[in-house]
Each structure stands twice: as C-alpha cells, then as structure tokens.
Design a protein around this ligand. Structure first.
Ligand SMILES: O=C(O)c1ccccc1NCC(=O)[C@H](O)[C@H](O)COP(=O)(O)O
Length: 212
C-alpha cells in the first residue's frame, strides 16, 4: 500500500461522487467557475456533499473569488477546504483563510524552473500547495486542461507544507509521475473523464488503483 492520497476534481453529480468515494478518493473537488464544463451550482454541490463520508475532504475550487461568492459557497456547502486556482496573491490567500476559517490550498502553474520560485511565496501562507501545469496563454481555463509539465523539475524539491501534484495525470502515467516527483498526493480531473465534465467510474478506479 503506497498510501498516496488522491483528489478527484470537478465532480458534477451524485453518481460521480459515489464513484470517487467508493474507489478510495481522499479528496473530492467541486468547481465553482461558470466557464468550466465542470461548473456546479452551489445548491447541487450542497446536496451531493452530504453523501461524502467523514475522512474524505470536500474541496471547493474557485478562481479569483470575491467575498460574495465565497460567502455563498461556504454558507451553503459543507466544506473542508478551499482551493484557489487563480492569480490570488499571498495576502489574499491569508485574508481568505482568516475570514472563512477553512484550510486553503493554493494552485501554482509550472511550465519551467523559473515558475518554481512562485511556490515559495505561498509556503507559510497556504495550508497546502497544488503544483499544477501552467495553462497555455490562449487557454479558456486556468486549470483542468489535461496538460502535464516536466515532472523532473520537481526532483530534489521539498516544501514544508503538504503539496499535491496535478496536471495531465492519467491512470497510465500517475505512478511514474509520483515516483519521479516524490508526490504523496495527486489530483486529477480530465484524465478520468470520458468527455469534459463527465467522470468515468472505471477510469477513476484505474487511477486510484495505479497508486494504491
Ligand atoms: O477543471 C476545471 O474546469 C477548472 C477550471 C478552472 C480552474 C481549475 C480547474 N481545474 C483544476 C483541476 O481540476 C485540477 O486541480 C488540476 O488542474 C488538474 O487538472 P487536469 O489536468 O485536468 O487533471
């Protein structure tokens, strides 16, 4: 048992949540970003979140959120963590953490070695960091693009907060990605879908089994 913790992100239905939980996911992610094919209404997220058992963290993914959006989501949905996936500054991360009393995971996009320095800005501010692929300039979405970065960039890197590897992970490549980077937590969205926003229960099982 490798005990790598898996986050399945972008769940949009009760069936998808059940598939993720039954397969052994330790985190389930809900995307609150209207441009995304994985966007979920707070009402539906609230409903499906109630079926998530203790021990599985319910994560709300937001992009440069204002307080009104966060007020609404946190009031309606029983959450365990906020994932900030935009250009939130360390100051804004600290503000959100203090205002909502929830752990915050800050996503940072990586394309080359220079981007790694940005991660350090959030250590000591965020509770966790999500090391993701940097989206292409023309991308509609700041994440969830199914693109990987060069995992060798992370070799020999250590952070004093828990971190998660993301970006283009699939059932086929996740074991190698974890081995090369030393990641103990991994996050996936597109790699376990049959179409954008449609989680495939078999791919979810295969992904988690690949790092079990
Ligand atoms: O998934 C989305 O649609 C999305 C929209 C806006 C910001 C982030 C988004 N997704 C991020 C993730 O699902 C993951 O945290 C991560 O980026 C992995 O995505 P993928 O490469 O698709 O596995």
């Amino acid at each position: 048992m490798s005990d790598i913790r898996v986050k399945i992100c972008g769940l949009t239905s009760a069936d998808a949540v059940t598939a993720a939980v039954e397969a052994g996911a330790r985190y389930v992610g809900f995307v609150f970003f209207p441009k995304s094919p994985r966007n979920i209404a707070p009402e539906l997220a609230a409903e499906v979140a109630t079926q998530v058992p203790p021990g599985v963290a319910k994560v709300a993914l937001v992009v440069n959120p204002d307080d009104a959006l966060l007020d609404e989501i946190t009031a309606r949905v029983p959450l365990d963590m906020l994932q900030l996936h935009g250009a939130e500054t360390p100051e804004r991360v600290a503000e959100i953490r203090a205002r909502y009393g929830l752990p915050v995971m800050k996503a940072v996009g990586i394309a080359d070695a220079a981007d790694l320095a940005t991660l350090d800005d959030y250590v000591g501010v965020a509770d966790q960091i999500l090391v993701d692929a940097k989206p292409p300039k023309e991308a509609e979405l700041p994440g969830g693009n199914g693109l990987a970065f060069d995992w060798r960039l992370l070799q020999g890197r250590h952070w004093s907060v828990p971190w998660m590897l993301a970006g283009g992970l699939t059932p086929e490549n996740v074991a190698l990605a974890a081995k090369l980077t030393g990641a103990r937590q991994v996050d996936v969205s597109s790699g376990v879908e049959s179409a954008p926003g449609e989680k495939d229960a078999r791919l979810v099982r295969d992904f988690i089994a690949a790092v079990a």
